[in-house]
Design a protein around this ligand. Structure first.
Ligand code: ZN
Ligand code: ZN
Length: 277
């Protein structure tokens, strides 16, 4: 199965539920050759009783043990990543964090909306869909313009993840200017657009008619010259690794996607599994 470029363990991500051993065994069972573990690093998280940062030195010290475990059981190649949460005042600290360890991949994401995590945010659900999407994609465009030290922009549709209305999704036509700005920032810096299958899973659970990413989003990114795509399950549990990957791959191919990448040593690697699957 194709590489999974986004997931969390309970050892370094506060909301992770799987152990690294469970993760490795699950990926092995699915026949995934490369997995990137991308633990949460959200500085200045608004809920003071929850921390989404971890000890980077400890991570560096621990990661080879996980790699060894995987090697010993014939599991996947484990790549050391991080998911850094962006907020406008964190640019300098993000730069320091991204270069602190020899990461294989640095994912950049935005979880905070109007001062709160979208997971908790009430504002978000009260806003009309178009306005909500425009503001969020505009924020991602700004994030990608202001930061150079990252490889992948995560879950552009996170704004929709906890909206209960099954008719809701993120549509290109909600905010074409913001999408173009976001894509231009990614493409001009050679950064990747992530397709997050946890978002797909949430749409299925809601009974939405819009399960897959809006085809206009994918096509526009390609038309503008976007070539770098990654796929991530964003798994916090072992049974979510590689979730909906087969249908996602098939869907992306139908829209003209030619390659899917994973990151090793901060460099994109075209996954040979994409053309095989
Ligand atoms: Zn995230
Ligand atoms: Zn994540």
């Amino acid at each position: 199965m194709i590489s999974d470029s986004h997931m969390h363990t309970r050892i370094f991500s506060t909301d992770g539920r799987q152990t690294p051993e469970e993760l490795i065994e699950s990926a092995k069972k699915l026949g995934i050759s490369n997995v990137s573990i991308t633990e949460h690093y959200d500085m200045d998280y608004p809920h003071k009783d929850e921390s989404f940062i971890f000890d980077l030195d400890k991570y560096k010290e621990t990661f080879p043990k996980w790699q060894e475990y995987s090697l010993n059981i014939g599991g996947p190649k484990l790549l050391m990543g991080i998911e850094i949460g962006w907020q406008p005042h964190l640019n300098e600290r993000i730069k320091e964090t991204a270069s602190y360890l020899p990461f294989d991949s640095v994912i950049l994401s935005n979880h905070i909306y109007h001062g709160d995590d979208i997971y908790y945010s009430k504002d978000c659900a009260l806003m009309p869909r178009q306005m909500r999407n425009r503001e969020y994609i505009g924020t991602l465009a700004r994030m990608c313009r202001e930061i150079d030290d990252f490889d992948i922009a995560a879950h552009y549709d996170y704004i929709n993840r906890y909206i209960e209305d099954p008719q809701s999704s993120v549509f290109y036509d909600d905010c074409p200017e913001e999408f173009d700005d976001f894509f231009d920032a990614l493409i001009s810096k050679d950064k990747a657009l992530e397709i997050n299958t946890s978002s797909i899973n949430k749409q299925i659970k809601k009974g939405s008619p819009y399960i897959m990413p809006d085809p206009r989003i994918i096509k526009r990114y390609i038309d503008m010259g976007g070539k770098l795509f990654t796929i991530g399950s964003d798994a916090h549990d072992a049974d979510k690794i590689g979730q909906h990957f087969d249908k996602t791959v098939e869907y992306l191919k139908s829209l003209g996607v030619k390659e899917i990448y994973y990151y090793e040593g901060r460099k994109p690697v075209s996954d040979p599994e994409f053309s095989r699957s």
